[in-house]
Each structure stands twice: as structure tokens, then as C-alpha cells.
Design a protein around this ligand. Structure first.
Ligand code: CA
Length: 407
């Protein structure tokens, strides 16, 4: 057996050593070339790897996938199934180690996988390692300042080279762009510019999110409203729009060089994972299909809620409602038409009474109870005193007058 561990189409066997007969031969009875089937690796091809695309072959020895793991898998060989959270395990945890809270997704380790952010690690930087371009490329003795330096995952903004892009000298306009690979509802974009030039080279800064690679649409942040002076590095641009291409342009002369530059150290484009929304992507929306993305700000689903959920952002479980009478439970009309059970309030009867109130329609005041003990806890449903009443009163909430009859 000969072990190779390499990829190739042609197998060649050569020989240039003379034998005793002073001739050189290749004299074979059979050559069998063994490969592992797609999705397997190891000496006996008995180990499984779950690569991004079903057709990707992982490394025959390490199991490493060429373009990353399938959605639900992680680990060097992409064979560790990621833990999940949420109702019916709808969401994938993106913790770097350990498990996440089964309801909220918050990681026990408080650390996210590379490329994921936020307190529940559901905010993804979709620009990381994607295809980039720029209008021209600056070069000097320290090398070329390539466009992909702005998506290499290194946010260092004090260095001039190896991790920051730089367009060439002597230009009257400059631009840089990234292709996210697909259209995303972009929540916000974080930009790290070079410390030395954050003010002068961002003077004409404009940012576009577009479905096509064009920059004739309205920019996310109009140039005239953008003030780069005293801007801290790693600043966020809010967009709340959908697009596949992010383009940053500049056509303002950078004094005193009279050239125009785009000079970026990192551009992070944040998108909430499918089924999450909100500034930190911690709110959950249960849309009809588990692949539906809801609005990154409002949480509204594109079609309707998943069965069993209701509310504007489809995050209210029908069985969690406390309707007084059975009510249909569909998106936007899942309100409790006949009102709530005592102790509950809101359109969907999922909110407890305000503190200090209880009972039917939450209008009974806890202060009016006649509990024997001061500051007794007040149950939202029945206002129970959890103990004795003051003389002359009875009932769970000690609100009924008790007339004692004489002996
Ligand atoms: Ca960088």
C-alpha cells in the first residue's frame, strides 16, 4: 500500500533504477487507487464530514472541508453537530465552546464562534473573507494594499500595511466594494479606518448597499450628513436596507496631497441570523418557514407566523396566551378578542398586571387588601395574602367583609 494524501487526476509510476539485467522496467499486475466517497475520510473512509456543499470532498486524512462546514456542523472535520436552542430547537448556537441557554441562546462561555457577535452570538459578519475589489491599489516597499485586507478579520487600525486597503495616489475618485455572496437585510456596518487618516480621507465618504454592483442608488448615510471629525475608530453606520453589494466611494480631495483615497482597515457587515432581529439580534421571530428572515428592526415576517405563534414579530406562543375565551391564533389577529383571564393584560394576554394590581382586567389594587401582614406579596391573578386577614375580613385577598355573629 502506498499512502499519498494528495489530490490529482493522473497517477504515474516511473522507474529509472537499473536492475541486474541493466534494463529498467515498470512491471505491474494491477493498480488500485482508493478514494473516500464524498463526505467521508479516514484510513477506512469510516469517518464522516459535513461540508458546506453536499458535493465538497473533505481532506482524506484530517476531514477538513474546503469551504467550511454545513450549516449545523462545526469542528475541524465538520462532524460535530452544533447545539440548538429556542422552541423546537429552531436556532443554532454559535458559541465557541460549551452550550448556550436553551431559551435565549446566550453562551455559557460568553464567547462566540469566529465571525459571530452579540450577547447571544446571533449577529454575523457576512463580509468576512468575501470577494472584494477597489478602483486602484497603492503599492510601496512594504507591498501592495489589497482590497481583501478590509475583510481579513483583523481590525488593527494603527498599521499602514498587511491589513489595511489603500487606493493609489493621484486619483480624483476612489472606491472599494465587497460582494456578500447573496442579498442580506443589513442591520448595520462597522468600519475601521486608519487612525492616521480617519479625518482627512473620510471627508468624502459615501456608503451604498445595493442589489446590483452599482452606486447610483441612495447611499446609506448621505455624504453631507457625515462628519468624520473626532469620529472614534470602529464606528457604526446604520443602514436598515437589503443588498448584496457594499460600496464605499470618495471623490473629495484629500489635502494636502490633492489625491482622493479609500483607506480601510476592516469593514464588518452585520446581519442577524435567520429568525432573529433587534439591535443585538437577541429577539426571536418564529416565521412560517425556518428559513424566512424577519425584518431586522421590527421582526415582521415576510409571509406569516409559524403554526402556534402570533404577534407582530411572531414571537408570542399561542399556548402562552391567557385569553378569557378561545381565540384564533394567526399573525396580527391573534389578539384575545374576549379579553384576558384575571391577572393578565395586553392584546395577547401575555403580560402580568402592573405591579400593585391584580384580578379581572387588572383593576383591583393590592393596597386595598386587608392582609394581616404588612407588605404581603400580591399574586397577579387573585391577590392572595398568603395568610391571615385583618379582623373582619376574609377571602384569599382578604377583601370580603366578615361579619362576626355574637355568641
Ligand atoms: Ca483588516
Amino acid at each position: 500500500m502506498v499512502y499519498c494524501n494528495s489530490a490529482g487526476r493522473y497517477i504515474t509510476i516511473t522507474n529509472d533504477k537499473y536492475t541486474l539485467q541493466t534494463s529498467v522496467f515498470v512491471n505491474l499486475c494491477e493498480v488500485e487507487v482508493y478514494v473516500c466517497s464524498v463526505g467521508t475520510f479516514g484510513p477506512d473512509c469510516a469517518s464522516l464530514c459535513y461540508c458546506q456543499s453536499p458535493g465538497d470532498r473533505c481532506h482524506p486524512v484530517t476531514g477538513q472541508c474546503p469551504y467550511g462546514c454545513a450549516v449545523e456542523f462545526t469542528g475541524t472535520s465538520c462532524n460535530i453537530k452544533q447545539p440548538r436552542f429556542g422552541y423546537n430547537d429552531r436556532y443554532i448556537c454559535h458559541c465557541d465552546e460549551g452550550y448556550c441557554d436553551t431559551n435565549t441562546g446566550v453562551c455559557s462561555s460568553r464567547k462566540c464562534e469566529k465571525g459571530w457577535y452579540g450577547s447571544s452570538c446571533q449577529k454575523e459578519n457576512v463580509a468576512f473573507n468575501k470577494n472584494t475589489w477597489q478602483s486602484s491599489t497603492y503599492s510601496d516597499g512594504n507591498g501592495r494594499r489589497y482590497s481583501h485586507y478590509a475583510v481579513d478579520g483583523d481590525t488593527n487600525h494603527s498599521k499602514a500595511y498587511n491589513t489595511c486597503t489603500h487606493t493609489a495616489d493621484g486619483r480624483t475618485n476612489a472606491s472599494w466594494g465587497v460582494d456578500l455572496g447573496q442579498s442580506y437585510p443589513v442591520a448595520n456596518i462597522k468600519i475601521y479606518a486608519r487612525d492616521l487618516h480617519i479625518t482627512n480621507r473620510f471627508k468624502g465618504f459615501r456608503l451604498f448597499v445595493d442589489e446590483r454592483n452599482q452606486t447610483n442608488q441612495s447611499p446609506c448615510r448621505p455624504e453631507d450628513n457625515y462628519d468624520s471629525k473626532n469620529k472614534p475608530n470602529g464606528f457604526v453606520v446604520n443602514c436598515n436596507t437589503t443588498g448584496k453589494y457594499i460600496t464605499i466611494t470618495n471623490d473629495k480631495t484629500n489635502e494636502p496631497t490633492n489625491s482622493v483615497y479609500v483607506n480601510l482597515c476592516e469593514v464588518e457587515v452585520y446581519v442577524c441570523s435567520v429568525g432573529t432581529f433587534g439591535p443585538d439580534c437577541t429577539s426571536l421571530c418564529y416565521c412560517q418557514s425556518s428559513g424566512d428572515r424577519c425584518d431586522p428592526v421590527t421582526g415582521q415576517c415576510p409571509y406569516r407566523c409559524a403554526d402556534g405563534f402570533t404577534g407582530t414579530s411572531c414571537n408570542i406562543k399561542c399556548t402562552d396566551r391567557n385569553c378569557r375565551a378561545p381565540s384564533a391564533c394567526h399573525i396580527n389577529n391573534g389578539e384575545c378578542k374576549a379579553g384576558c383571564h384575571p391577572g393578565w393584560m395586553g392584546d395577547y394576554c401575555t403580560q402580568k398586571c402592573q405591579p400593585g394590581f391584580y384580578g379581572n382586567q387588572c383593576i383591583q389594587s393590592c393596597d386595598n387588601r386587608k392582609c394581616s401582614r404588612q407588605n404581603t406579596e400580591c399574586n397577579n391573578i387573585n391577590g392572595s395574602c398568603n395568610g391571615d386577614c385583618l379582623p373582619g375580613y376574609k377571602g384569599l385577598d382578604c377583601s370580603r367583609i366578615f361579619i362576626m355573629s355574637p355568641c
